[in-house]
Design a protein. Structure first.
Length: 283
């Protein structure tokens, strides 16, 4: 009976996840190029060419920048939002619904809305800064690489931060109120209670939030593509996979790069998982 319940999940995961993953790994060791005859075995040559490709190296650096900015902002912002929502007694469900709304938007819609905001001619951001006297003339925000990377990360954070907030809110609500009462009786103030009670008890939720933030940032595509196209200054690894495989028609190299991106995100996620295991295991 138990096996019958598991079989559908195994079939779906095998056909939609594990089989495509296995074929992609195998094909990454071959030369699959519609412009060249045959598919000879080339071993690690595809991976070697990727390591020597300057465009791929730039895409990796951009991706690491996206990951660093997104994880920091999503964690700080999500934790702050979760703490505020946890203190609300009345109308929390409405505030939570408003908070989650950006995450419910499709990423393409979210990016298009922000593209209008950043537009140098009629964008809301330029109008607001001109009205406040912060700038003297309209700015083209994506002309500078550092600014462009930060703004694209900000758009991604705007969409994904609600998920972090929901995860951390669930962790906060699982903390018994008695622990805060005991800490208060021992003379602990709000900051000390947060450091000694809240943070240790939401460590597992925080690790899950960090893991999902990292994976989604590694797979950033929609925001960077819509806001900045294929510009090398803001190109992520996933955009580089798309360009390599579907524009340059180097399918095997695109598969190899996608495998490397998957391994990088899994490696960082593994660090978080091991951290959770150490925090929650009982000796």
């Amino acid at each position: 009976m138990a096996a019958a319940l598991v079989i559908p999940i195994v079939v779906v995961m095998g056909s939609l996840v594990f089989w495509p993953l296995a074929t992609s790994v195998i094909d990454s060791f071959y030369r699959i190029d519609p412009m060249k005859p045959g598919t000879p075995f080339v071993g690690l040559a595809n991976y070697g060419s990727l390591l020597a490709d300057s465009n791929v190296q730039t895409a990796w650096l951009n991706t690491f920048a996206y990951v660093a900015i997104a994880v920091v902002l999503e964690t700080i912002g999500g934790l702050g939002a979760a703490l505020l929502l946890n203190r609300v007694k009345h109308g929390r469900q409405w505030l939570l619904a408003i908070t989650v709304l950006p995450w419910c938007l499709p990423p393409v819609v979210n990016a298009i809305v922000w593209m209008w905001i950043f537009n140098p001619s009629y964008g809301l951001l330029n109008h607001a800064l001109l009205w406040l006297g912060v700038i003297d003339a309209r700015k083209v925000w994506f002309n500078d690489q550092a600014t462009a990377l930060f703004l694209i990360s900000l758009v991604h954070v705007w969409r994904m931060m609600p998920l972090t907030a929901v995860i951390l809110l669930a962790a906060l609500q699982s903390i018994p109120r008695d622990l805060y009462e005991a800490a208060r009786l021992d003379g602990a103030g709000p900051i000390k209670s947060f450091r000694l009670v809240t943070l240790p008890l939401i460590a597992s939720g925080l690790a899950i939030a960090l893991s999902q933030s990292t994976v989604f940032a590694f797979n950033l595509f929609d925001e960077a593509w819509i806001l900045s196209g294929s510009s090398l200054d803001t190109r992520s690894v996933i955009i580089q996979v798309y360009l390599t495989a579907f524009q340059n028609l180097r399918f095997s190299s695109g598969m190899a790069l996608s495998i490397l991106a998957m391994l990088a995100s899994l490696l960082v996620s593994l660090i978080y998982v091991l951290r959770v295991y150490r925090e929650t295991r009982y000796d």
